[in-house]
Design a protein around this ligand. Structure first.
Ligand code: NAD
Length: 258
């Protein structure tokens, strides 16, 4: 597959793989772009979701029944594609680096659970924007599985409430206007500062505070490498920028592990 990459890019990917193998502590920071090759559209890329749809903010979800129903409608409509998606060469390459001891932690903005499916254990993945793989109560935090919620939704509960406290249920992703989970953010900050090398994959690096993480790595003396199809908001910080498809670049980057 990596044979399709332009030779110069392939060589630079191999060189970055060598730097990763030699680095003291490596953290990957992934965004929606690592999952587009699994058929899940990103938000800000050329075919991103925001080109056709406005996001529903948390305040609207809480105050406006129509917005709440529309939010649930979109989530349920997108669920089969999200649940049937499989990890691609990018996720699998990160899992191989992890298994080889060359990658310690994955921090992700993604909500699709694909890095876990690729084989990186949950405890070494930090999900900054929550997860679409389950539902929770916004008031008491109780967790619900989709297997329970979907039949309730299809049975007519289009604004489902918590069986325990009556609070609003919502897929466990972070909406605009909703705070990031504090513990995950703190742990991500510690990992970013510890990283000798942070490998950013498939993020436009436009969303703060998550995009502050590569800045923390650089301030603490580490280096940042970016693999992305387009320019990002933090290209000026990066020691290495590989512009192209994440799956092929990451495959080339860990070619010596095959
Ligand atoms: P983004 O949409 O802002 O940026 C994605 C970047 O990835 C773009 O710059 C695009 O050029 C690049 N890209 C797309 N396909 C690529 C590929 N095959 N190879 C290399 N680069 C590629 O994504 P973001 O920075 O992660 O932030 C968006 C927000 O969207 C996050 O909050 C995240 O929670 C959410 N989101 C997640 C998913 C998911 O879980 N898969 C999908 C859509 C959005």
């Amino acid at each position: 597959m990596s044979a399709q990459l332009p030779e110069d890019l392939r060589r630079r990917a191999v060189a970055l793989g060598e730097r990763i193998a030699a680095a003291s502590y490596v953290v990957a920071f992934t965004g929606a772009g690592i999952s587009t090759e699994s058929g899940i559209p990103d938000f800000r890329g050329p075919r991103g979701v925001w080109k056709t749809m406005r996001p529903i903010e948390l305040s609207e979800f809480l105050s406006d029944p129509a917005a709440r129903r529309e939010y649930w409608r979109r989530k349920v409509e997108g669920l089969p594609a999200m649940q049937s998606a499989e990890p691609n060469a990018g996720h699998l390459s990160l899992a191989r680096l992890y298994e080889a001891g060359r990658l310690q932690t994955v921090i992700t903005q993604n909500i699709d659970g694909l890095q876990q499916k690729a084989g990186v254990p949950d405890e070494d993945i930090i999900e900054l924007h929550g997860s679409n793989t389950y539902v929770h109560c916004l008031s008491c935090g109780r967790r619900y599985e989709w297997e329970e919620i979907l039949p309730r939704y299809e049975g007519g509960e289009h604004e489902p409430r918590c069986g325990g406290c009556g609070g609003w249920l919502k897929p466990a992703t972070i909406s605009f206007g909703q705070s990031l989970p504090a513990a995950a953010l703190e742990r991500a900050g510690r990992e970013a500062e510890r990283a000798g090398l942070m490998l950013v994959v498939g993020s436009s690096l436009q969303v703060y505070p998550a995009a502050a993480l590569p800045e923390m790595t650089v301030r603490a003396g580490g280096e940042v490498a970016i693999v992305n199809a387009e320019p990002t908001g933090l290209d000026h910080l990066a020691k290495e920028i590989l512009r192209g498809p994440a799956g092929e670049i990451l495959t080339a980057l860990c070619a010596d592990l095959s």
